[in-house]
Design a protein around this ligand. Structure first.
Ligand code: AMP
Length: 428
């Protein structure tokens, strides 16, 4: 007996997105693009210009961010390319922007903004993906604490522009490099003394990066984290003064913030000012909408002259989740204004849509010579406000019918040459 042919399963396609990667379809994709537009309309008037670094860099660029940084040590998509180069997909963009600064040496202050995807091999979950997008600004060449305030305020204004209300600004100072180093030593001593009282994961983190133990949300670590020494105790006069000036600037702009003495953030290059925007609606493990700070040593670490820098990065995906939770910045309509129904063969629809689009109207049509009924169904589904209908009689008389699809109203007969003017009157 012949074997039955294998049953094709329509439910599970052979290829799907890789874990932590997503397709973003309309209308979310439209909202995504508008998000970037909204960001540019906040930062460009403040003198920040778009920079588009490549997605792929020499792995060394990111290693200079600090070998103990998790995103570099554990999560980087790093491989040898066909030319034998050690390359990596960028896990973030600050290092790329600093590399670009060293390569092109623009005049300072160099104020830039960016938008685009980053890659981190993380455990995927809601609000945490392996490919995720960020928008951000970087300002290089200025030490002034009022620039820190400007950067923080731009992020704040952007959240306001989106309509988000439940955002808390957390602020800390990580001090000068030596102060930070002394603090790390003190933390190491403190957590080492706790010994087995610390969770196994935190003991592993301790060996790599004592600062990150402060980020532990595990109940077993809570007491040790609460009893840990505070950075504020290690700050010298200069860092203290810088931090005071930042707070004073935020006060002057009436931007509320909370000092968070244990805020260290994941990237090891931060010094002095460090901040985070926490969303009020997201799970606490994923509630950071974005953050940033000063990274005065990074340009130098990449082979450039000593150059101070400050910046912020906001997670697009996560901020949009917060928008969903708060019911703001909702996905826009992707419907066209006019749908053309043509039962004479399709050439009329071709000409009319062409004419409407040239006049700046959005217009779509049905294809494949479908029946009137099928085309009207497509018109309804399209969400268009108006249908322009051409049958044999209309074509012969040089006319079209204009039928409102969504808000009632009568169908009108329009002479073909008057169509555009009539539509002007009917569409906002
Ligand atoms: P970071 O570059 O780690 O300072 O992160 C800045 C922001 O980027 C975070 O607050 C998140 O909103 C976003 N982000 C970082 N990693 C991820 C990820 N794996 N998936 C989604 N968003 C992320």
């Amino acid at each position: 007996m012949a074997e039955a042919p294998p049953v094709a399963s329509a439910a599970v396609p052979e290829f799907q997105t890789s874990p932590g990667m997503r397709d973003i379809l309309a209308p979310d994709s439209v909202r995504f693009r508008r998000f970037v537009d909204a960001f540019s309309s906040v930062v460009e008037p403040a003198g920040y210009q778009l920079v588009i670094p490549p997605l792929l860099e020499d792995a060394g660029v990111f290693q200079r961010m600090g070998e103990t940084t998790d995103v570099v040590a554990k999560e980087m998509y790093r491989f040898t390319d066909l030319g034998g180069r050690d390359v990596a997909l960028r896990p973030e963009q600050t290092a790329s922007v600093c590399r670009a600064f060293v390569e092109h040496r623009p005049t300072t202050p160099w104020k830039t903004w960016y938008a685009g995807p980053n890659f981190r091999y993380e455990k995927p979950q809601r609000g945490r993906y392996r490919q995720f997008d960020q928008v951000g600004v970087e300002a290089l060449g200025v030490d002034d604490p009022l620039l820190d305030v400007e950067v923080i305020a731009l992020g704040w204004r952007f959240f306001e522009a989106l309509g988000l209300r439940q955002v808390t600004l957390l602020l800390n100072s990580l001090g000068e490099p030596e102060e930070r180093a002394r603090y790390v030593e003190a933390l190491h001593a403190h957590f080492t003394a706790v010994g087995d009282g610390l969770s196994e994961e935190s003991r592993a983190t301790l060996a790599r990066n004592p600062l990150r133990v402060l980020d532990s949300k595990r109940p077993q670590d809570a007491a040790a984290v609460a009893a840990a020494p505070l950075l504020a105790e290690f700050l010298g006069a200069e860092a203290t003064e810088h931090f005071a000036a930042v707070r004073c600037g935020l006060d002057a702009l009436s931007i509320p913030y909370r000092i968070e003495p244990r805020l260290v953030r994941g990237l090891d290059y931060y010094l002095r000012t460090t901040f985070e925007y926490a969303g009020g609606t997201l799970d606490s493990a994923q509630n950071a909408l974005g953050g940033g700070g000063r990274y005065d040593g990074l340009v130098e670490a990449l082979g450039g002259p000593p150059t101070p820098g400050v910046g912020l990065a906001l997670g697009v995906d996560r901020t949009l989740l917060a928008c969903d939770d708060e019911g703001v910045f909702t996905p826009p309509s992707t419907a066209v204004e006019v749908f053309v129904v043509d039962t004479t063969g399709g050439a009329e629809a071709l000409a009319i849509t062409h004419e409407l689009r040239a006049a700046g109207r959005s217009a779509d049509r049905a294809y494949d010579r479908r029946s009137m009924k099928a085309q009207m169904r497509a018109a309804d589904r399209s969400g268009a406000r108006l249908a322009v209908i051409v049958g044999d009689d209309e074509r012969a008389a040089g006319r079209v019918l204009v039928r409102p699809l969504r808000h009632g109203g009568d169908q009108t007969v329009v002479d073909r040459p008057d169509l555009l003017t009539q539509l002007e009157a009917l569409l906002p």
